[in-house]
Design a protein around this ligand. Structure first.
Ligand code: ADP
Ligand code: MG
Length: 302
């Protein structure tokens, strides 16, 4: 970053395009580089949620988390999908752990701090899970207060982090309801492809139900258009429809489709460290700044 805070790791100016129509057609506001935090916590918990698979939930969890961490925010990523893709995407084999999220959900005496592992990125920790989590989902069904299990598991560490991002599985089942019950906000990643909007109404209904019955704090932080290819008419049309339908909810930041993202999964690191000057890294940094400007509660900005 330059001294005036206007230049980023990639030499990118954070004010590029401000006032001009952005990819969503609306003029781009300024999303300045945030001031350092003078104190940390309590964490703002965000569920990354869409019951459709392959829309960019895991990719967005890793890279938004890494971008927030780069800005000095203390970030915990929660792998809440039994597939363990979040752990793998961070170069961590989730099968190596004796303790995972699974052990925290069922009310045993495991300490969440014993389950958290550090990643290779400063300020970025991981709560791993693996296929055991699908067993936890089955066992949870008969538990009292089963929807609150994740919230209970995270309670002891809220003061250790500024942001906790929960990577949900592609379903609206009990695990996702647990994530929504623990969360302050939801980000819905949408792939700019055919049928992107299919299922979103059901997801929003689920969010409303959780807000009414289980967690009155829950808000929609925003809808994130991912895998956008401005060269295709099709992607432009899909994005236009998403903006038409959710004019206030769609983030100004749109994540482009680029092969760098699948590459990062193989490399096992976020794009912000794998290809720091890439368009993809700039996209998630911009998203991090937009989120901090739009949702500064609790203070994410010093
Ligand atoms: P989900 O968690 O919703 O199932 P993922 O984040 O795993 O989705 O993404 C699905 C696939 O698409 C992965 O192979 C990932 O590398 C790839 N991908 C994600 N975002 C992008 C992008 N912006 N451009 C290109 N490929 C992407
Ligand atoms: Mg995923």
């Amino acid at each position: 970053m330059s001294e005036d805070g206007r230049l980023e790791a990639g030499g990118e100016s954070v004010d590029e395009g401000v006032g001009q129509p952005g990819p969503t057609g609306r003029p781009l506001p300024s999303f300045p580089v945030p001031a350092p935090l003078t104190a940390h916590g309590p964490a703002w918990i965000v569920a990354m949620c869409n019951q459709k698979g392959g829309v960019g939930k895991t990719t967005s969890t890793i890279n938004l988390g890494a971008a927030l961490a780069e800005y000095g925010r203390r970030v915990l990523l929660v792998d809440f999908d039994p597939q363990g893709a979040l752990s793998v995407g961070l170069g961590i084999n989730p099968m190596q752990f004796d303790l995972t999220v699974h052990d925290l959900l069922l009310g045993g005496d495991s300490d969440v701090r014993d389950v958290i592992v550090e990643t290779q990125v400063d300020n970025l920790d991981l709560l791993p899970s693996n296929i055991d989590l699908s067993a936890a989902e089955v066992l949870l069904v008969t538990e009292v207060g089963r929807e609150h299990s994740l919230a209970r598991a995270l309670a002891p560490i809220l003061d250790d982090y500024d942001v906790i991002l929960v990577d949900c599985q592609p379903s609206l089942g009990l695990l996702t309801v647990n994530a929504l019950t623990a969360a302050d906000a939801v980000i819905v990643p949408l792939e700019c492809e055919y049928f992107a909007l299919r299922g979103v109404a059901l997801l929003l209904q689920t969010i409303d139900k959780v807000r009414e019955r289980l967690n009155s704090r829950l808000e929609l932080a925003g809808i994130l258009a991912t895998m956008y290819d401005a060269r295709t008419l099709h992607a432009r049309e899909v994005l236009a429809r998403v903006v038409e339908r959710f004019p206030d909810e769609v983030f100004h930041t749109v994540i482009n489709r680029t092969v760098r993202f699948p590459e990062t999964t193989v490399a096992g690191e976020p794009i912000t460290t794998y290809a720091p000057t890439s368009v993809g890294a700039a996209g998630y940094r911009r998203l991090a700044r937009e989120l901090m400007v739009r949702h500064n509660t609790p203070p994410l900005v010093g």
